[in-house]
Design a protein around this ligand. Structure first.
Ligand code: ZN
Length: 541
């Protein structure tokens, strides 16, 4: 009997030891990197200028590149991109149908991460921290990691933009931090904590932004070497810092902390803060996988301001390459080479500046949608003697004032027909139709699917606008934007590197929504709750 018991004890001990020694194979840390407004072609446009020990060549040559990764919905904008990468879902299901949207139930415009019930932590800017993920209707892959580890794996989201930090990190995150342009501080909200950790306060105390302003923004290479970009002083660029390089930023010291976001130093600020988080939160130091979700917001601000073909964009990406190289060196030293997994993607791309295209004989333009809407509202007022029958225009959709139309007993289809007729005359408008007719009218399958995937009935409009290729919405005369179905907006980089990742590439068509299920497969955890993607098998060892 005693021998039998000791055999049982021995078996228990060895099977326990077996579990302990092998465990579930997982990396120590996952680092998700979103580059806000990175067109896929930037990987190759500047390839010859990226450094061998920088970020992009390391990812391309030692990792796995999904060369043909597409966004499967419209609008192709920041909040939708971040939520879809991390949830594997689409706006129709995740509810994140824009950066802002007209909410039919609330009868007002809602910002994607607005939360009136919480408060700013870390600065006196009241509005900057009234933020949480409560408008996100699904889980993120970070939530699934938290659930799978019974909340022992830490999750931290970091980005200059609140939405770039909050939406990836999900509902159950350990923390999310974003940048307050009012104070120049990294802040959070009472959704996550009541007080900033000491390391964040110490980081804020170092006056990073004033130092960056003091140094200014000079080109990182000789000016004559920027042969992949147009001249620096084009009239169709916005000029927030002066006519051309070098940019003296000293006048912003202690005054305008928002300007840093439109410079490459915004990326440095983000990377340095991420490194501080890794050290101080001890990410990746034990056998329970942690997740650091970083989004680099500055490329988006630089892209909007100066355009994809600018010297500023080129210098921004050459510096980001170095920044990523330094981050990977840091991770190699702190976590260990091959002990962490990285993926890098983008929330969307961007159109070229229309005037730049026209200068080079490529048709393009700015479609004055808002001016068109104002005129149509005047026409509707004349006809029906009621003001404001169009209540909002956002995300390339028009919202009708349903309660006003209903109470006046006006024929809604007649109103919609008049709006469609008028909007179709606006220069640059390619298609405009009632969303009720989306699955009836002739429309290329890809467009129909992308609009369906972006359609959330409570948070979407009544009439859809699609612009001609190379046209952007014309609210400004300089710079550019993004948001439609075209490849320049919807074709994004997707690179994988490190623990569990094969070396190679595929040109197979992959969707942005495949990123989260691939992470789920890699980590042996459940897919997020609204996931519609599939694991990318080629990537996983
Ligand atoms: Zn943008």
């Amino acid at each position: 009997m005693r021998k039998f018991i000791s055999i049982i004890i021995f078996c228990c001990f060895t099977s326990f030891a077996f579990c302990q020694s092998t465990g579930i194979p997982r990396p120590k840390l996952v680092v998700g990197i979103v580059v806000d407004q990175m067109r896929w072609d930037y990987l190759y446009r500047y390839y010859d200028r990226y450094e061998n020990n920088g970020g992009f060549k390391r990812l391309l040559n030692q990792g796995f590149s999904c060369e043909n990764t597409l966004i499967p919905y419209v609008p192709t904008i920041t909040a939708c991109g971040h939520s879809s990468i991390y949830s594997g879902s689409v706006p129709a299901i995740s509810g994140i149908s824009g950066n802002t949207w007209w909410d039919k139930e609330k009868g007002k415009t809602v910002y994607c991460t607005d939360d009136a019930a919480v408060n700013t932590v870390g600065s006196s800017s009241v509005g900057a921290g009234k933020m949480s993920p409560k408008n996100l209707l699904v889980t993120s892959i970070c939530d699934e990691l938290r659930l799978a580890t019974n909340f022992r794996g830490k999750v931290i989201g970091i980005a200059l933009k609140d939405r770039g930090a909050i939406l990836p990190a999900g509902h159950s995150a350990s923390a999310a931090y974003w940048y307050d342009p009012g104070s120049g501080n990294w802040i959070s909200s009472t959704y996550y904590m009541n007080q900033l950790p000491k390391w964040v306060e110490d980081f804020n105390g170092k006056q990073w932004v004033d130092k960056f302003y003091n140094d200014g923004w000079q080109l990182s290479h000789p000016a004559a070497s920027y042969i992949q970009s147009t001249d620096d002083d084009k009239g169709y660029e916005s000029k927030p810092f002066g006519p051309k390089f070098p940019y003296d930023l000293k006048r912003f010291i202690a005054k305008d902390y928002g300007k840093i976001t439109s410079t490459p130093m915004g990326n440095t600020l983000t990377a340095e803060f991420a490194k501080a988080a890794i050290v101080n939160e001890q990410l990746g130091t034990d056998n329970i996988t942690d997740f650091l979700a970083i989004s680099f917001s500055s490329p988006d601000y630089i892209g909007h301001t100066f355009g994809p073909n600018s010297v500023e964009a080129e210098d921004g990406f050459l510096r980001l390459d170095k920044e990523l190289g330094s981050l990977f060196d840091f991770l190699d030293a702190k976590i260990g080479k091959g002990q962490y997994t990285v993926f890098l993607s983008a929330d969307h791309g961007a159109a070229q500046v229309p005037e730049f295209l026209k200068e080079n004989k490529i048709p393009a333009g700015r479609a004055p949608i808002m001016a068109g809407i104002d005129g149509i509202n005047d026409l509707l007022k004349e006809k029906y003697h009621l003001p404001g029958l169009i209540i909002s225009e956002d995300n390339y959709q028009v919202h009708l004032n349903h309660s006003r139309i209903d109470s006046a007993k006006i024929n809604e289809d007649e109103v919609a027909a008049l709006i469609i007729d008028q909007l179709s005359k606006v220069p640059g408008v390619f298609r405009v139709f009632s969303l009720k007719d989306l699955n009836i009218i002739p429309l290329p399958a890809r467009l129909r699917e992308m609009i369906n995937n972006g359609y959330n009935p409570k948070r979407n409009g009544d009439i859809q606008i699609v612009l001609q290729p190379q046209y952007i919405e014309g609210y400004s005369q300089t710079g550019t934007t993004h948001g439609l179905w075209n490849p320049y907006d919807a074709h994004i980089p997707l690179l994988w590197y490190g623990w569990g990742i094969k070396q190679g590439k595929t040109n197979r068509e992959i969707n942005m929504t495949d990123i989260a299920p691939t992470l789920a497969a890699l980590l042996h955890i459940q897919m997020p709750s609204g996931c519609v993607g599939k694991p990318i098998e080629e990537v996983i060892k």
